[in-house]
Design a protein around this ligand. Structure first.
Ligand code: PMV
Length: 327
């Protein structure tokens, strides 16, 4: 009844920003991501009939708002699989939580896997990925290692909306450097941001149409392992997503001045012949793709960018795994 799982963040190369259904948390489009070898969440779940309510600790302290999302997820697991016991959940992130570093991706992937193990549900990876999706859309992709594609599915309950593998972590030699520009939580969460964009931005339908084309092109670029094509597509797709957010009312701008400075650093590197491309999620951090050969030069340029407080070096990594299981 007790299990510990570890999952790492993934960063979308082709983003999802919009939902076809809120209740089942179904994305409006597919997305393609790379799971990282760092930014890990480790989560222990213990179901205990003696617990009066769920007890949730995040980095050693009561989890607050994040705890409510965990309880909602546990309620769903209990209802779906006929479990009555409450749970003790202890989760640790080795990176800032809720600041656009995809903590909900690694968090709900680790939680779904730990629940599967603690309750001996025996779910196959697609069903586990669909379960993790209920916690956070991007979490569905962190169950898998390397390059993964999230399928939006067509079924109303999302049984066919899960992530599938595209390529192993070593298929494309690359690094992803994360330029940290702020460690605080974001002001508008992704669900609220997506809803506002869908409801008020005239550019959102164009974003959805462009994403469909970008998915095809990215699938090919990954299969052919062409880093320049992967980077070019990822950067363009990210900018189009942020353009659709800017068109919302009230507007959504997740960037700060250091985010913009880091964008210029990346463009400056390219002008000097160094292959580097950025992507940015619903937060101010800038994630930079480059060849391992150029990683040192890219890291040093990012560290010298005004407002960048840290640079984290990552690479494609393995999917979520069980660390410990006690029955
Ligand atoms: O799954 P969520 O609610 O964490 O939203 C993810 C949104 C983006 O990170 C901006 C894009 C993506 O596909 O990961």
């Amino acid at each position: 009844m007790k299990a510990t799982a570890r999952a790492t963040s993934n960063i979308a190369l082709i983003k999802y920003w919009g939902k076809r259904d809120i209740t089942f948390n179904l994305p409006a489009t597919g997305s393609i991501s790379v799971t990282l070898d760092g930014l890990a969440t480790t989560t222990t779940v213990e179901f205990d009939e003696g617990c009066e309510s769920d007890e949730i600790l995040l980095n050693g302290a009561p989890a607050g708002d994040a705890g409510a999302r965990v309880t909602k997820f546990l309620d769903l697991v209990r209802a779906k699989y006929g479990v009555s016991a409450h749970a003790r959940v202890e989760t640790h992130n080795d990176f800032p939580t809720g600041a656009g570093l995809a903590s909900s991706a690694s968090g709900f992937a680790a939680l779904a896997l730990a629940c599967n193990e603690a309750l001996s549900l025996g779910l196959p990876t697609p069903a586990l990925s669909a379960l993790a999706r209920r916690g956070s859309g991007s979490a569905a992709r962190s169950l898998l290692g390397g390059f993964a594609e999230m399928l939006p599915g067509t079924s109303p309950d999302g049984a066919d909306a899960y992530a599938v593998p595209l390529a192993d972590p070593g298929h494309v030699p690359m690094n992803m450097l994360i330029a940290v520009t702020s460690s605080g939580p974001k002001k508008v969460g992704s669900t609220e941001g997506m809803q506002r964009t869908e409801e008020t931005s005239p550019y959102h339908p164009a974003w959805v149409a462009a994403t469909t084309q970008d998915l095809d092109a990215m699938r090919r670029a990954i299969a052919d392992a062409v880093l320049e094509e992967i980077g070019t597509l990822a950067e363009s797709n990210c900018l189009r997503m942020h353009a659709s957010m800017l068109g919302a009312r009230p507007p959504l701008l997740y960037w700060n001045s250091a985010t913009v400075a880091a964008i210029h650093t990346v463009w400056g590197l390219r002008e000097r012949g160094i292959g580097a491309w950025f992507t940015i999620d619903a937060g101010p951090q800038v994630k930079v793709i480059c060849s391992p050969i150029d990683a040192k030069a890219v890291e040093s340029a990012l560290r010298n960018t005004p407002g960048v407080t840290d640079v984290i070096l990552t690479a494609p990594g393995a999917g979520a795994s069980i660390v410990e299981s006690v029955s």
